[in-house]
Design a protein around this ligand. Sequence first.
Ligand SMILES: [Zn+2]
Ligand SMILES: [Zn+2]
Ligand SMILES: [Zn+2]
Length: 340
Amino acid sequence: MKRLYCSCGQEVYFENTYCTVCSRSLGYDYARARMVTVDALPDGRWQDGIDGRYYQFCGNRLEYGVCNGIVDSDENQFFCLACRLNRTIPDISRPGNLQRWISIEQAKRRLVYGLLSLRLPLDAPVTGYPKGLKFDFLEDQRSNPEITEEFIGTGHHNGIITLNILEADEMQRVWQKEMSSERYRTILGHFRHEAGHYYYELLVQEYTRFTELFGDPSQSYDKALKNYYRHGPLAGWERQFISAYATSHPWEDWAETFAHYLHVQDALETAAVRGVITTLPGQVSFDEQLRHWDLLAATLNELNRCLGLADAYPFVVTPGIVAKLHFVNDTIHDYRPADS
Ligand SMILES: [Zn+2]
Ligand SMILES: [Zn+2]
Ligand SMILES: [Zn+2]
């Protein structure tokens, strides 16, 4: 994440809606990848005091306060670019759901920031998929007895990412993490993983190399998953896979690797703009980026241990995983939209 500032000079977070120093409103403009300090106009629009551009707040900000996005007022869009991806939002008349949705949107917006930084399209048509990337934030009977479904998990199908909003409950998420023997479980991690399935369909063209690295993607997905849940990962999986779940099927290995690629890019950009490392990820080779990451991840973990916290990055990136990350990097950078 790059550094963002209010026009008064105060540094602000990506999530902020107003400046704590000058109290003026802030809005994130996805089209220009910048935070804008805006002032209300009598006609309901908002204006950037520096360049005079007119904006309106995202509908989800006006109605629910769950977003800090803004859109050009002449764009005629009710929602910001990130909120336009929502297909189903939580029923906020139910207790706790608004707070859950706020946490979910924060993670989703960071995912969108990362995808746009990599110049990945959000709405590219994929054969067999209805329309770009979309999100359903759903409940099941565990949080809402009126719902017919007993269990709704997190997943991806035809470009639609489903997230059970219970993932926004800290205790529930930690319980799931322990039950699944996971090292790491976050909403952002879910989104980056599930987005990986969408981008697999869009980006991966080189199946020979893919198969060499990740395994044969044509093997039965259902069978592979059943096998994984029955028997668990093979002993010694850590040498070739970033997580136990990545061993379940080549598609899952790709999605896990894709998620880590996004984690690394975001963290390296953040470290560079804050002077922790000297170069932005785009300025050096991918091998160099991974060398930076190796040091940075160890530093992050040590800092967390200093504070009595769990490791920030509880993973080991082995040479086998590096080869897969290279493939993700090459695949993203080789992508050209169909009409270019
Ligand atoms: Zn300010
Ligand atoms: Zn929005
Ligand atoms: Zn998956």
